[in-house]
Write a protein that binds this ligand. Structure first.
Ligand code: 13P
Ligand code: SF4
Length: 303
């Protein structure tokens, strides 16, 4: 079936079924044509918590659909491709977190939203890349445990003089493996460009930034800046959307490494099938969901 037919069928069916489609900015860009909401993790979790749809179709990865289910337990939450996971979220389990806590007892645990429900259930408060510094700063402790992302953890630590952030060893390969050499090569080639970097990146890469920010912050900065050229050090979906929306500017993708295969697993065909079958549905164990809810809700209330 052609994309135009798929889009038409999806848009009709989602109205009939009172479904909404939430899409992360790293998704295949054609998914935006059927999306009701497109944004970063913080924005999408707020939408998931406050909407009156019957069905939420999440065009993202597993932890995002799981978070939506935790925030809206009475709705049917569907992830059109069950295999869309997150390599970073899979680097820590509840057991590993318990060991980490035992090594540093009595410290608050902040977990990045890019984690499983089990890990959230063992944590005190959640954060996304958009509010991480603010959330850690708000805690009444001079030492904080941060899981699973050592990239974001070290960035928060560098921003807060009075707090020590002790990070778990996880990382997002899509951001972490971009090297300073790759960024420098682009900077040397595009000398007028500003370099915008996501905080999941390596600290040596972050040193080369003109601006560091979450997906939404990078997009806002690029929109508002008078500059015409930008080197974008994050996932390709962000580069594609910026180039589509601001045709008078030029956006340079830092490296082909910044491509999340998991985020690209959902195609329009999968969305149509999932609307027709209302599968695969995401469910979370009740006890785990209640504890994980407290962790996410604390974040939503304090940012
Ligand atoms: P944000 O949406 O918070 O920028 O997260 C980036 C990411 O890695 C999502 O998987
Ligand atoms: Fe996970 Fe990184 Fe992909 Fe985001 S970009 S889903 S953190 S692997």
């Amino acid at each position: 079936m052609k994309n135009i037919e798929l889009i038409d069928k999806i848009n009709k069916l989602k109205k009939e079924k009172h479904a909404i489609i939430l899409t992360h900015c790293y998704q295949n860009i054609e998914v935006d044509k059927v999306a009701d909401y497109v944004g970063d993790s913080l924005y999408l979790s707020r939408v998931a918590a406050n909407n009156d749809a019957k069905i939420i179709i999440f065009a993202g990865v597993y932890f995002m659909a799981e978070t939506a289910k935790i925030l809206s337990p009475n709705k049917k939450v569907i992830l059109p491709q069950l295999k869309a996971g997150c390599q970073m979220a899979d680097m820590i389990t509840a057991e590993k977190l318990k060991d980490f806590k035992a090594k540093y007892p009595n410290l608050p645990v902040v977990c990045y939203i890019n984690s499983t429900a089990d890990v959230k259930a063992e944590s005190d408060i959640c954060c996304t890349s958009a509010n991480a510094v603010k959330i850690v700063e708000s805690l009444d402790s001079d030492k904080v445990l941060f899981v699973p992302d050592k990239g974001l953890g070290s960035y928060i630590d560098s921003k807060l003089e009075n707090k020590q952030v002790i990070s778990f060893e996880g990382f997002c390969p899509i951001h972490w493996e971009i090297t300073p050499k790759e960024v420098e090569e682009k900077k040397n080639k595009y000398t007028d460009a500003l370099t915008l970097i996501h905080p999941e990146s390596n600290p040596e890469v972050i040193k080369l930034a003109d601006f560091v920010g979450s997906t939404t912050a990078i997009m806002k900065y690029a929109k508002e800046s008078k500059n015409k050229q930008f080197i974008i050090v994050t996932e390709k979906g962000v580069v594609d959307r910026l180039q589509r929306d601001y045709t008078e500017k030029e956006f340079i993708w830092v490296s082909e490494k910044a491509y999340c295969e998991d985020m690209k697993k959902i195609k329009l065909e999968d969305i149509l099938k999932s609307l027709e079958t209302e599968q695969p549905e995401i469910n979370v164990n009740k006890d785990v969901a209640q504890k994980a809810f407290n962790c996410i809700d604390r974040m939503l209330k304090s940012s």
